[in-house]
Ligand binder design. Structure first.
Ligand code: UTP
Length: 499
């Protein structure tokens, strides 16, 4: 059927507007498009802020903004993973490592959980291009033996916490328009992994147009489609609000969300001690707005964002933005001065998220990433599969909201206990490295209660262990009688054990 005139009421005006800002090519193939394609393209055009585009392109695409290191930047203090280590109660304001009352913090966090004041929030809208997995990353088989999907690890962690604390823990999952339907279908196929579907909320994040790296013009994904990318995990703050999810959580009585990424199968979906510290227990000095977890960087060059402080505010500075000579600075005991690496785990209050969304001036900066982006040749319409980065993605990062808090705290955790991300197909942060960390963590927990685990000559566990969060979310869970009686007495060389 020929496209109707009604579908193109103000085409001349639209074309003139696009040409004025140098993007007339967006309509180049208009005559070839069918009705649905035309409608979709007009919808995309309508959602773009054309007035802001030239400024964005000049700042981020044609130029690479140089990061201005804040004056007086210093490492952020943090609460020690071993609560007894460090300066007590902020007694030494210069000390980075602080001790804390773990019992009081945990009790406060458990109280929040028992009263149904906590929701989980997973950002799962990324494209996972480094992993190269065909599907939403949360569907990726992160379990080394059973192929348990990443989403299932989190669902089981939530189920375990609901059972323990006797209250629902709603779960908000941010998807993107590119993986939303597949994510929702996956949960349906798996019967929500045993969770009450009424407590699982999915909402798609916003997208941002992708740019041609050489010219700054918008890339076209198809003759009738502007290439777009999800607008970064920082887009979650506005998407939570716009989708109505924030209101829904507030109406359910939720006061804090436990934020984590989709790529870490051993994340603590809710950590009572962290939640308690975040909410201000044990004199943490937290405003209860937004708090973070960190791990000690293994070496100065490790690519983790760093918790720093400037002008009294905690912020994350990307590893590429802090000069390497600063990252190599050491304390008298030889440890790294800028030690606190981000694991992208946060607690945020619903009130803080509301406040940001109600503030007309709220905005997070963009970060530029140069990527290979499939597109068409703007002159011929022929598809292009680039071998080198040809495009620029602009994304917002959630940690840029940290300086908007009145006071923000950081809690140290141990890498082996909570951080086994799957980002790359091979090497660092891959399925293989994650499986090794998962096994080492389970082996250490089992050995603590007397299970014999075979180890090789370098001391590594010589077996594969996949541990469900339903069995244990922390070492102490294995001591519970109902769990302990079902554990093997020993795990031998080469054994593969699912617990
Ligand atoms: P990554 O920074 O690892 O990005 O996301 P990615 O897009 O998943 O992977 P690559 O870079 O293409 O390989 C960290 C977390 O933030 C989420 C991801 O799903 C992951 O949980 N994320 C990222 C979003 O939810 N939306 C985005 O736009 C970007």
């Amino acid at each position: 059927m020929a496209p109707t005139a009604a579908a193109t009421p103000d085409l001349a005006a639209i074309r003139a507007r696009l040409e004025r800002v140098g993007h007339g090519h967006v309509l180049k193939f208009w005559d070839r498009l069918g009705v649905a394609e035309r409608r979709a393209l007009l919808g995309q055009i309508d959602r773009i802020d054309w007035a802001a585009l030239p400024g964005l392109i000049d700042k981020y695409v044609k130029d690479k903004p140089v990061f201005a290191l804040p004056d007086g930047v210093e490492p952020a203090p943090f609460f020690s993973a071993d609560p007894t280590q460090g300066a007590a109660g902020g007694s030494d304001a210069a000390a980075l490592r602080r001790s804390w009352d773990a019992g009081a913090a945990r009790a406060a966090g458990e109280d929040l959980l028992r009263r149904g004041k906590v929701a989980c929030f997973t950002v799962a809208g990324g494209q996972g291009s480094r992993l190269g997995y065909d599907g939403p990353k949360g569907c990726y088989p992160g379990g080394a033996i059973t192929g348990r999907p990443l989403f299932q690890f989190f669902a089981e962690g939530i189920l375990a916490a609901q059972r323990r604390y006797g209250a629902p823990i709603p779960w908000a999952i941010m998807t993107s328009p590119l993986n939303h339907d597949a994510t929702v279908a996956f949960f349906g196929e798996h019967k929500h992994f045993g969770l009450d579907p009424a407590h699982v909320v999915y909402f798609p994040q916003g997208v941002m147009a992708s740019f041609d790296r050489a010219t700054g013009r918008l890339l076209m994904a198809a003759p009738g489609e502007i290439a777009t990318n999800p607008d970064g995990h920082g887009g979650s703050i506005t998407a939570l609000h716009r989708s109505g999810t924030l209101d829904r959580l507030g109406e359910a009585g939720v006061e804090h969300v436990s934020y984590f990424q989709v790529d870490n199968p051993i994340v603590r979906v809710v950590d009572p001690a962290f939640l308690g510290l975040h909410a201000g227990a044990a004199g943490s000095g937290s405003s209860g707005e937004m708090s973070s977890k960190m791990i000690a960087k293994a070496y100065a060059e490790e690519k983790l964002g760093l918790f720093c402080r400037a002008g009294g505010k905690v912020q994350v500075i990307e590893y590429s933005d802090l000069p390497m000579e600063r990252q190599r600075e050491t304390l008298p005991d030889g440890s790294l001065r800028f030690l606190a690496g981000s694991v992208a785990v946060h607690a945020m209050s619903v009130e803080f998220l509301r406040r940001l969304n109600e503030d007309a001036a709220f905005d997070l900066p963009y970060h530029r990433a140069d990527k290979k982006i499939a597109c068409i040749d703007p002159d011929t319409g022929e598809p292009i599969e680039p071998r080198e980065p040809n495009g620029v993605k602009l994304e917002r990062f959630v940690f840029d909201a940290l300086p908007m808090c009145r006071a923000s705290i950081v809690l140290e955790t141990l890498r082996r206990e909570e951080f086994a991300p799957i980002k790359n197909a091979e090497g660092v942060d891959s399925p293989a490295s994650s499986a090794r960390i998962q096994t080492e963590r389970a082996a250490a927990w089992l050995e603590r209660i007397g299970v014999k685990v075979a180890r090789n000559s370098t001391g590594e566990a010589d077996c594969v262990i996949e541990l469900s969060p339903l069995t244990a979310c922390e070492a102490g869970d294995l001591e519970r009688v109902e769990v302990r009686t079902n554990l093997p007495a020993r795990i031998g060389s080469g054994e593969r054990v699912v617990l």
